[in-house]
Design a binder for this molecule. Structure first.
Ligand code: NDP
Ligand code: MG
Length: 390
C-alpha cells in the first residue's frame, strides 16, 4: 500500500531537538506523520506527545522507570515499550520511512546502526554515532539502501554548500564555532567558572550535554570528526574558525578559490526540516535575517591553549581506530561529573587526555569491540574523576 505521508520515528522526542522536530511536523502535518516517539526519563512529556501525535509506538528507555509507568499515551492507539534496547528492533518497522535520531551520547549509535542496516533514511542529530562508530557506519552505508542526512547545523550547511560540486574539487571545509560562553575568558578566569555559567550559551538553546561541549569547544572537535566521516574527507581538510554571531553555519572552499556558505539565523528548525525534506526545501515560518542591518560578521582563529578539547578530538582520530571512542566516552563521563559539581570545568580536558594516554586499543574495530572499549573507558574515567587522579 502506498502511503501519502512520510512516516517518522523520533528517537529522543523529549529532548531539545526532538521537541523542535515535533513542532515542525505539526506545521507540516499534511506531509509528515509521527509513528514512533521515545524518551528516556521524561515520561510525562512523552505521554503528552504520544497523545497529541497519536503515535503508534512510544518507547521509554530509562530503566529506572520500569515500574513508574506502564502505559504511555492512549492505550487504544499507542503501544508502550519500557525497554532500554527495543529501539534497535523497532527502527526496522516497515511503517517507518525516516528515523530521526536525536538521542544524546553513545546510546544513539546503536539505533543509527540498526536503522541503516534496515535500509532506512536516518536524519541524524546524534553526532556521537559518527564520532564513535564512523568507520563502521561508513562501511554499512556502502551496502545499505538507506542514507544519512545530518541535522547538525554546520553539517547541514556543508551539505548545502556541496550540492552540484565534485568531491575532488574541495580544497577545505571551514567549520564555524560560536566559541561558546567562555570565548573571551583567559585561562586563569576559566579556573573558577560555574556549571550555571557554562550552561549559558550565547546563541543556541540546547540540551545540557551539548551546551557544556560548546563551552569546552569539544562540540567543535566532535563535529570535525563527524564531518570527516560524513563527507569522507581527511581530518586536515576540515578547519575550525570562531564566528561568534553563528550566522555563517559553515563554508566550503573549492580549488578555484571560491567559497560557498550557508547563512541564516541560529535556529535548529531550519536544518531539522531540511534533513526531513532533503533534497527538497519546504517553507518555514522562522525568523529572517535583515541583511541591511548586519554591519559586520566576525571570524577569528581557535585558541587551542584555552580550548584543548578541540585539539584532543583532532588528535584522537590520528591515534588509532579506537581513539574517538575513548575521547567520546571520557568526555561523556567528565561532563556528567562536571554537571554534578564533582570536577571543575578545566578538569574535563584533563580527564579526556589521561584516558587517551592510558587506554590501549589493539582489537579490530567492530560493533562489539567498540562497546567494550566504551565501557572500559567509562569505568576508568569514573575512577579517575572520583579519586581526582586525572
Ligand atoms: P537533550 O538532552 O535535550 O535530549 C536528549 C534526548 O535523548 C532526550 O529525549 C532524552 O530523554 C534522551 N536520552 C537521554 N539519555 C538517553 C539514553 N541513555 N538512552 C536513550 N535516550 C536518552 O539533547 P539535545 O536534543 O540537545 O541533543 C540531542 C543530540 O543532538 C546530541 O547528540 C547533540 O549533540 C545533537 N545536537 C543538538 C543540537 C541542539 O541544538 N540541541 C544541535 C546539534 C546537534 P529524556 O529527556 O526523556 O530523559
Ligand atoms: Mg552544531
Amino acid at each position: 500500500m502506498k502511503h501519502n505521508k512520510i512516516r517518522i520515528a523520533i528517537l529522543g522526542s523529549t529532548g531539545s531537538i526532538g521537541q523542535q522536530a515535533l513542532e515542525i511536523i505539526q506545521k507540516h502535518n499534511k506531509l509528515f506523520e509521527v509513528v514512533l516517539l521515545s524518551g528516556h526519563s521524561n515520561w510525562q512529556l512523552l505521554d503528552e506527545q504520544a497523545k497529541t501525535f497519536n503515535a503508534k509506538h512510544a518507547v521509554l528507555t530509562g530503566f529506572e522507570n520500569n515500574n513508574a509507568r506502564k502505559q504511555i499515551g492512549d492505550p487504544a492507539k499507542t503501544r508502550t515499550y519500557i525497554d532500554p534496547y527495543i529501539l534497535n528492533e523497532l527502527v526496522n518497522l516497515p511503517e517507518i520511512d525516516i528515523v530521526l535520531n536525536s538521542l544524546v551520547g553513545f546510546a544513539g549509535f546503536f539505533p543509527t546502526y540498526h536503522a541503516l542496516k534496515a535500509h532506512k533514511k536516518v536524519a541524524l542529530a546524534n553526532k556521537e554515532s559518527l564520532v564513535v562508530g564512523g568507520a563502521i557506519i561508513s562501511e554499512l552505508l556502502t551496502e545499505s539502501k538507506g542514507s544519512l542526512i545530518p541535522i547538525d547545523s554546520e553539517h547541514s550547511a556543508m551539505l548545502q554548500s556541496l550540492i552540484g560540486e565534485k568531491k575532488e574539487d574541495i580544497e577545505e571545509i571551514i567549520i564555524t564555532a560560536s566559541g561558546g560562553p567562555f570565548r573571551s575568558l583567559s585561562l586563569e578566569q576559566m579556573h573558577d567558572v560555574s556549571v550555571e555559567q557554562a550552561l549559558q550559551h550565547p546563541n543556541w538553546s540546547m540540551g545540557s550535554k551539548i551546551t557544556i561541549d560548546s563551552a569546552t569547544m569539544m562540540n567543535k572537535g566532535l563535529e570535525i570528526i563527524e564531518a570527516h566521516w560524513l563527507f569522507d574527507l581527511p581530518i586536515e581538510k576540515i578547519t575550525p574558525v570562531v564566528h561568534p554571531e553563528s550566522i555563517v553555519h559553515s563554508m566550503v572552499t573549492y580549488c578555484d578559490g571560491s567559497t560557498k556558505a550557508q547563512l541564516g539565523p541560529p535556529d535548529m528548525k531550519v536544518p531539522i526540516l531540511y534533513a526531513l525534506s532533503y533534497p527538497r526545501r519546504l517553507p518555514l515560518n522562522s525568523s529572517r535575517m535583515d541583511w541591511s542591518q548586519i554591519n559586520k560578521l566576525h571570524f577569528e582563529p581557535v585558541d587551542y591553549s584555552r580550548f584543548p578539547c578541540i585539539e584532543l578530538a583532532i588528535d584522537s582520530v590520528k591515534m588509532h581506530k579506537g581513539g574517538p571512542a575513548i575521547l567520546n566516552a571520557a568526555n561523556e563521563i567528565a561532563v556528567t561529573h562536571f554537571l554534578e559539581g564533582k570536577i571543575k570545568y578545566i578538569d574535563i580536558a584533563k580527564v579526556i587526555e589521561r584516558c587517551l594516554n592510558q587506554i590501549q586499543f589493539n582489537s579490530i574495530l567492530s560493533y562489539d569491540s567498540l562497546v567494550e572499549l566504551d565501557q572500559q573507558t567509562r569505568d576508568y574515567a569514573r575512577t579517575i574523576c572520583q579519586h581526582g587522579t586525572y
